[in-house]
Design a protein around this ligand. Structure first.
Ligand code: TXA
Ligand code: MG
Length: 363
């Protein structure tokens, strides 16, 4: 159910719609727009009141910073602190992967309002690889702060209809650019002060980044700086409104979990056709089956993952069984999102919007 009424949905390929949406952004309103990863809920990043509306619309806790979207890589130096902007690794990654599903976290210049960065000295910057997103940012003439256009803790939207259903008229306009090509959010890498940390696996494989700039470190759960380095890692993310369990249909000892319990409506999220066949042989009955790809290719699996979770969520299921993929390449982002959905379910968060206080306690 959408909160409130339905938002206005306009065609993203219509220049008049872009002009109208850009004007709304300039006056402090919210516009949802397609990117290659997921749909974003955009506001003028330089307008603290507009950004506050984003947090309110999403019910997002204020400790979780937003990514600032730029039309061109050449805009980075205007927003990142000079030493970080001059880091040769930044130029290398921007040249190679922008526009694209990569967010660089660098020390920020002081004109970026504190609400955007949750008070952190750093800012996440990215140039999205979608013609509608770039046309919108260019026409607005301002950097656009945009989290994924879902309520906090819920599955990210990969279609305009997901945004409309999740946010309703909390967003002024949704630009429809069709389904998102990549399907999982950008990879977030911190390069501030000469460091190199992977903060979130995402649509650009970590291996591709490491091939350019060398090994990336990670932030340990028990790192005392974890909350400030990676504030978005709250465990309650990506919860569909139903319990998710990761079960390997090719692993006989787990096959018991593949059987529906009496009266249970069970859903299957299979990564491959062979996985679906194996699950159907030993488990079920399944009320709904979603097969994400023919052969389990993680790029194809990622592209369909959130779309399938939205469909399964709408099917009134008691439990969803998800087939794991190898955690390499885009498979790392897929397993990260599935792991979070399963964690949310184990902690009893399925069906509820994640409790920000619970998220904070988990960091
Ligand atoms: O693909 C994407 O990244 C999408 C599209 C719309 O661009 N956006 C997105 O935003 O996924 P969001 O807000 O749902 O996730 C942003 C992530 C959060 O985990 C946040 O904590 C992290 O990026 N982040 C943003 N700025 C940061 C900063 N200064 N330091 C550390 N993490 C940061
Ligand atoms: Mg998000």
């Amino acid at each position: 159910m959408s909160p409130g009424g339905a938002p206005r949905v306009l065609p993203g390929d219509d220049p008049a719609a872009i002009a109208e949406a850009a004007a709304l952004l300039r006056t402090g309103r919210l516009v949802a727009f397609p990117t290659e990863t997921v749909y974003g809920l955009g506001a003028n990043a330089l307008d603290a009141a507009a950004v506050a509306r984003v947090f309110a619309a999403k019910e997002r806790p204020s400790f979780d910073p937003l990514i600032v979207h730029l039309a061109d890589a050449s805009d980075l130096a205007a927003h990142a602190e000079a030493d970080d902007a001059a880091d040769p690794r930044v130029a290398r990654l921007a040249d190679r992967f922008w526009p694209g599903p990569l967010t660089l976290v660098l020390r920020r210049r002081p004109h970026i309002p504190g609400i955007v960065t949750a008070g952190l000295p750093t800012v996440g910057l990215r140039v999205p690889d979608h013609p509608v997103a770039r046309a919108l940012i260019r026409a607005a003439g301002v950097p656009v702060a945009a989290p994924s256009a879902n309520r906090f803790g819920r599955v990210s939207p990969t279609r305009a209809a997901h945004v409309a259903r999740g946010l309703g008229d909390r967003v002024d306009v949704v630009l429809d650019g069709g389904p998102c090509r990549v399907g999982v959010e950008s990879t977030v890498v911190l390069l501030a002060e000469g460091r190199a940390l992977l903060l979130r696996p995402g649509g650009l494989p970590a291996e591709a980044i490491e091939a350019e700039i060398g090994p990336l470190g990670s932030v340990a759960e028990d790192d005392p700086d974890a909350a400030s380095l990676a504030p978005g890692r709250a465990g309650a993310h990506y919860a569909p409104g139903v319990v998710v369990e990761i079960v390997d249909p090719f692993d006989p000892p787990t096959s018991l979990a593949l059987r529906a319990r009496p009266g249970e409506r069970l859903g299957l999220l299979a990564a491959s056709a062979a996985g679906a066949a194996a699950a159907l042989r030993t488990g079920g009955p399944f009320a709904v089956v979603q097969v994400l790809s023919e052969d389990g290719d993680p790029v194809a699996v990622a592209a369909r993952l959130f779309d399938a979770l939205h469909d399964l969520e709408a099917a009134g299921l008691d439990r969803i069984l998800a087939q794991p993929v190898a955690p390499v390449g885009l498979g790392r982002a897929v397993m990260d999102r599935l792991g979070r959905a399963a964690l949310a379910a184990r902690a009893g968060w399925a069906g509820k919007v994640a409790d920000p206080a619970a998220g904070r306690a988990r960091q």
